[in-house]
Design a protein around this ligand. Structure first.
Ligand code: 5FX
Length: 536
């Protein structure tokens, strides 16, 4: 028998790069069941590494779509064997790795709508895909298509204003363009193109699920203001594309009731609602309960910022997506490649490989570091595109080294000032009610969080985001149950666990950093112009 008491619940799914994961969340928003299937470990026959195949060109990266289907079969069969009471599932939603795409072969919809409950999904869908190896977000083989798309719309900034991002190799429109150009027969035999998120929703729906606004914002195809496909972008990528994509929908949409396949095979109630699936990052924003004015800082191998934006300012860096939980607002992602590996290097060089010495250095140096500023990019940074280490003394004079403790504070203050400057460049503004949500490895270091609070002038909270995309999907499923009642998402999730306060700004912090931030920005531009050469 199941080890938990069956109760009314919602399911949250995550079809991520390395696994398919599910959580069951009850009406008090407690997670009482979770399971996952790891592609590399549990589906050896597909031979993936990290859930993907990196092709010989070193640029093309794909994942077998039937691996994703089979992983779902395994989880559902495991839940059934464990005695999970599917009849209690009121609604479900989910997330998928962003930008990946699935190509349904002509005729697949007939298979999808008439699945036999006596067979597993992957046994019935074997011939339903015109492209069996789906391009995923790690692919970087479409630079030619990116330039073609930007040229078609009037340049990179024009594309960013239209779709929320300049052209990126992993973005779906460019991937579709490559398939149309290099495999026209497969493209011609494709009746539907899904994102990974809408593909997963289609499995539960038993018909093609629509692409939601938020994940659709990661395609270089959706006009993020009007929330319609950009005709100029569609035309630039491939012919007859709009009919293959279907119409996008608000991310909070109930897209239908669960397919009879799941009712008959697993015992889901016929009225179980399927709420539009979305991208993993938008789902994580929901799972972290981010609200207007908040910012989430994921301090990992690379540092990622999730921003809640009311008035976005599309730029040539970062990505602006339609907000998954508030149709009037937006969210943004900013990625900083020199994250924890850079922090570990400076720890080893200037704190004898010791985090406690690293923390002591932060405590023993003053806010503003006596005007010493540092830029530390041992790998080519994404935001902005700079490499190398650059140090400046109080008179903006470039110096070759700092004393140990000064070096450590220069690294951390520099990393966080960059985050604030580039977030504000996308339209983010620190508000009186702003909360900073810190996650990832470095969020366990209180002294690092203190600098974060000081630089932003806002309180820092910590939360466990291990399941944020799954949990956020379950929360969105509950929100879908309230569809049509105008209940805001924040109201639906008010019972969910709240993050813990970890640091508040030191008195006087605002004065210090209001003065330092413009100086940091100016020096960053100076380095950029030195490394990129004079403008043409
Ligand atoms: O490419 C990304 C976001 O733009 C990644 O975070 C993927 O969503 C990971 F699945």
């Amino acid at each position: 028998m199941a080890e938990y008491a069956a109760r009314p619940c919602c399911l949250g799914w995550d079809f991520s790069t390395q696994q398919v994961k599910v959580v069951a969340v009850d009406a008090e928003l407690n997670v009482f069941y979770e399971d996952s299937v790891n592609f590399d470990k549990d589906l050896l026959e597909f031979g993936t590494q990290g859930g993907v195949h990196v092709h010989e060109d070193g640029l093309t990266v794909t994942s077998p779509v039937l691996m994703w289907v089979q992983a779902l079969d395994i989880i559902l069969e495991r839940m059934k064997a464990s005695g999970f009471d599917f009849s209690q599932v009121l609604a479900l939603s989910g997330a998928g790795q962003q930008h990946g795409s699935v190509y349904w072969k002509a005729g697949a919809s007939r298979v999808l709508t008439s699945l036999s409950p006596d067979l597993l999904l992957h046994k019935q869908l074997q011939s339903c895909f015109s492209i069996r190896d789906s391009p995923v977000w790690m692919d970087s083989s479409t630079t030619v298509q990116c330039r073609q798309l930007e040229a078609a719309v009037g340049g990179a900034q024009a594309l960013s204003c239209l779709t929320g991002s300049r052209a990126y190799e992993r973005f779906t429109g460019n991937q579709i363009a490559k398939i149309y150009q290099q495999n026209p027969e497969a493209y011609a035999h494709t009746e539907r193109i899904s994102l990974v998120s809408s593909f997963a929703a289609s499995l539960f729906l038993g018909s093609y699920a629509p692409i939601d606004y938020s994940d659709g914002s990661g395609m270089n195809l959706l006009q993020i203001q009007d929330k319609v496909w950009s005709q100029v972008c569609l035309r630039a990528c491939a012919p007859h594309l709009e009919e293959k994509l279907g119409s996008p929908v608000p991310s909070c949409s109930v897209v239908g009731a669960i397919s009879s396949y799941f009712v008959q095979r697993y015992g889901f109630p016929p009225g179980c609602k399927v709420v539009a699936f979305t991208g993993d990052n938008p789902a994580s924003l929901a799972g972290m309960k981010l609200e207007e004015g908040d910012i989430a800082v994921s301090l990992g191998t690379s540092d990622t910022l999730f921003l809640w934006l009311q008035e976005p300012m599309p730029a040539l860096e970062g990505h602006i997506f339609c907000n998954p939980v508030d149709a009037q607002h937006y969210m943004a992602l900013l990625c900083f490649k020199n994250g924890s590996l850079m922090r570990e290097k400076i720890r080893d060089e200037s704190a004898s490989c010791s985090w406690s010495d690293f923390s002591e250095a932060l405590r023993s140096t003053e806010m503003g570091n006596g005007g010493n500023l540092g830029f530390y990019f041992d790998v080519m940074e994404i935001t902005p595109e700079i490499t190398g280490r650059h140090r400046f003394s109080t008179e903006n004079l470039q110096v070759s080294a700092f004393p140990g403790a000064v070096e450590i504070r220069a690294l951390i203050e520099g990393q966080f000032m960059a985050k604030r400057i580039h977030a504000e460049g996308l339209g983010y503004r620190v508000m009186p009610k702003t909360k900073i949500l810190a996650t990832g490895g470095a969020s366990h270091n209180r002294d690092i969080l203190q600098v974060l609070a000081d630089v932003f002038g806002a309180p820092v909270y910590v939360t466990d985001t291990a399941n944020s995309a799954c949990v956020g999907s379950a929360y969105r499923a509950f929100h879908g149950l309230a569809a049509g009642t105008d209940v805001p998402f924040s109201e639906v999730v008010k019972l969910a666990p709240n993050p813990r306060l970890a640091a508040t700004p030191t008195p006087g912090a605002s004065q210090v950093y209001e003065a330092l931030l413009p100086q940091y920005a100016k020096l960053e531009q100076r380095i950029l112009s030195q490394t990129q050469g004079p403008p043409e």
